[in-house]
Ligand binder design. Structure first.
Ligand SMILES: [Zn+2]
Length: 109
């Protein structure tokens, strides 16, 4: 004769299975939360930098002595960095490269 499993026992089994599935998701969810928190911090830093834009623009000194200054270093990090001529210019353009961030800048002449 087949032994009947009580309703309570069956519900308990389903609950235990759900608990097991939840446990299996813990590590991947923790990793996702950590990645999202890191992305949020990066966005907050980018926002803070963007909000400083107008004030940085006002304080930018395009030249120090004879040297042209890198606009990318200034706007991104408020860092003074010299643009060095890299040659290869044409009759219409001069080419420069930042000594710090390596960004190329083309200037029409
Ligand atoms: Zn630079």
């Amino acid at each position: 004769m087949e032994k009947r499993v009580s309703a309570e026992s069956q519900i308990q089994q389903i609950t235990a299975e759900l608990a097991k599935r939840a446990q299996l998701r813990v590590s991947s969810l923790r990793r996702e939360v950590a990645e999202l928190e890191k992305a949020l911090e990066e966005k907050k830093a980018a926002l803070a930098t963007a909000e400083l834009g107008p004030a940085r623009l006002e304080r930018f000194q395009v030249k120090q002595g004879v040297d042209l200054m890198c606009p990318y270093c200034w706007m991104g990090h408020e860092r003074h960095a010299i643009l060095k001529p890299i040659g290869g210019g044409t009759r219409h353009e001069d080419f420069f490269r930042c000594s710090t961030c390596q960004q190329d800048v083309t200037v029409a002449i």
